[in-house]
Structure formats: structure tokens, C-alpha cells
Design a protein around this ligand. Structure first.
Ligand SMILES: N[C@@H](CCC(=O)N[C@@H](CS)C(=O)NCC(=O)O)C(=O)O
Length: 96
């Protein structure tokens, strides 16, 4: 497990996981949006976990970060790429 994975956090938003890497500037933008909105997501760092990179590639179709994995219902999963689209999705869902 990567040091940035955070399964023990209790306020984590159910059904959402962000595939990211620490070195990626586009990911940093999404992480900043999360902080602005006060949203905590499960973080899956593809640089520190080859399994996460593989599941991103297999599930979403490419190993590009950031990517938000959205599980609305069990077995109903979508993969949202593009930092601007992820930030817009989070803002729509969590901005008050
Ligand atoms: N337009 C994308 C660019 C994302 C991007 O270029 N991510 C890089 C890391 S900084 C990446 O994953 N490159 C590998 C790839 O595209 O396969 C966004 O805004 O999210």
C-alpha cells in the first residue's frame, strides 16, 4: 500500500477514489480543489503502487492521472479523467 493511501480515515467519501501521483501538477490542482471543498477521498498513488496503476489502466482505459473512480452503485463504475472535469464534478457535488 502506498504511503498516501488512506483507508483508515473515517470521513472518507464513499464510492469515490482518486488515482493520482505526487509529482503530477494536474493532480495537485485536483488535490487543491479537494482541500477548498473540504472533501476527503480515498487516494490511490499509481507511482507507489503498481497494482493501482494496473487497475486504472484496465478499468479506465489508460494510465493517465488524475482520474476519479466513481462507484454510484455496486458494479456501476465510471472513470472520470481530466483535472478540470474532476474539479467541476467535485464542485457540483460538494460545494455548498
Ligand atoms: N489534460 C490532462 C493531463 C493529465 C496528464 O498529462 N497527466 C500526466 C501526469 S502529469 C499523465 O498521466 N501522463 C501519462 C499518460 O497520459 O499516459 C488533465 O488535465 O488531467
Amino acid at each position: 500500500m502506498s504511503p498516501t493511501d488512506s483507508p483508515t480515515q473515517t470521513n472518507i467519501t464513499k464510492g469515490l477514489a482518486l488515482y493520482h501521483s505526487e509529482s503530477c501538477w494536474f493532480c495537485a490542482k485536483v488535490r487543491q480543489t479537494m482541500r477548498d471543498l473540504g472533501v476527503t477521498l480515498e487516494m490511490r498513488d499509481i507511482d507507489h503502487d503498481a497494482g493501482r496503476r494496473q487497475e486504472l489502466s484496465a478499468g479506465g482505459g489508460k494510465a493517465q492521472v488524475p482520474c476519479l473512480r466513481i462507484e454510484d452503485e455496486p458494479n456501476q463504475i465510471s472513470w472520470l479523467y481530466e483535472s478540470a472535469d474532476i474539479a467541476a464534478y467535485l464542485s457540483r457535488r460538494f460545494a455548498h
